[in-house]
Design a protein around this ligand. Structure first.
Ligand SMILES: Nc1ncnc2c1ncn2[C@@H]1O[C@H](COP(=O)(O)OP(=O)(O)O)[C@@H](O)[C@H]1O
Ligand SMILES: [Mg+2]
Length: 272
């Protein structure tokens, strides 16, 4: 497993933000985490990045138990680039004072990669997210929101991480940029990158994730293959989510109808 979260509890003072959440991400797998605002999604991401401490449970990233790491150990672990992240607001994932070139090359430079090598990787990665090299000398503030988010994805990928955490990566984008970034995430998934894709929007996650976990008030109340969760939700909150996304439901219903028609035709074929 690239990520294993077991019985994770996180408290902010008296508030119990996560109450025993468990989930895992296998190599090459894309797992979606959906839940309403305040359900603990970002807390989960922060805990995996070592930005908030766990009060109980265990987090294992690519074989390393990171649950009890101190600040110094976390810094060393982060530098290895095993986990990278993309947040909702690219201005939080990118330093506003660094050019795109510096933002992209920094994680490699920290690892001791030469300037020339890092610069050539930066160009490569920009191309991979469908952006041109003319952006290299610009500042994040000079890019559109969609371009910035694609740069944030490129920066996350440049160190070839084992896992990329994406917390609401398309929520701040307009619909055309949202579609483009979702397409990019699908490409990453197909190329075998392990993704943990957090979103309040089932529709965004459904097209990209292999499996989905539903977070409700700090607990994972349901998880499974996307198709199963959409066509046969078991928890009342998931039913509500699926019910309020009619296009998803009808797509699942269409699939089910086609499958039963196929079964019917095949059995008739067998009779004649
Ligand atoms: N730094 C914090 N201090 C106190 N409470 C927090 C903090 N961050 C989040 N919370 C609370 O924890 C709960 C979960 O928040 P969060 O993980 O951000 O949820 P989500 O990302 O699903 O919207 C919410 O009730 C939120 O108000
Ligand atoms: Mg959040």
């Amino acid at each position: 497993m690239v990520l294993r979260v077991d019985g994770l509890e996180v408290r902010y003072g008296k508030l119990h933000a996560l109450r025993g959440a468990s989930l895992s991400v296998a190599p090459g797998e894309t797992v979606g985490v959906i839940g309403e605002t305040g359900s603990g999604k970002s807390t989960l991401a922060r805990a995996v990045l070592g930005l908030v401490p766990a009060s109980a449970g265990q987090i294992v990233v690519d074989g390393t138990d990171v649950t009890g790491l101190n600040t110094r150990q976390w810094r060393a672990f982060r530098r290895r680039g095993v986990v990278q992240y993309v947040f909702q607001d690219p201005l939080r994932s990118l330093d506003p004072d660094l050019t795109i070139a510096s933002s992209l090359t920094e994680p490699l430079r920290i690892q001791g990669v030469s300037f020339a090598e890092a610069a050539s990787r930066a160009r490569e990665l920009l191309k991979r997210v469908s952006l041109g090299p003319e952006l290299l000398d610009r500042l994040p503030g000079e890019l559109s929101g969609g371009q910035r988010q694609r740069v944030a994805v490129a920066r996350a990928l440049i160190v070839e991480p084992r896992l990329v955490l994406l917390d609401e990566p398309v929520s701040a984008l307009d619909s055309s940029n949202r579609v483009r970034v979702l397409e990019l995430l699908k490409q990453l998934r197909d190329a075998g990158t392990s993704l943990l894709f957090i979103s309040h929007d089932l529709g965004s996650v459904a097209g990209v994730a292999d499996r989905v976990a539903v977070l409700y008030r700090g607990e994972i109340v349901e998880q499974g293959p996307v198709r199963d969760v959409i066509s046969r939700p078991t928890h009342p909150y998931t039913k509500l989510l699926v019910g309020s996304a009619p296009t998803l439901r009808s797509a699942a219903a269409d699939r089910a109808a086609r499958a039963s028609l196929r079964a019917l035709l095949t059995s008739e074929g067998a009779v004649s």
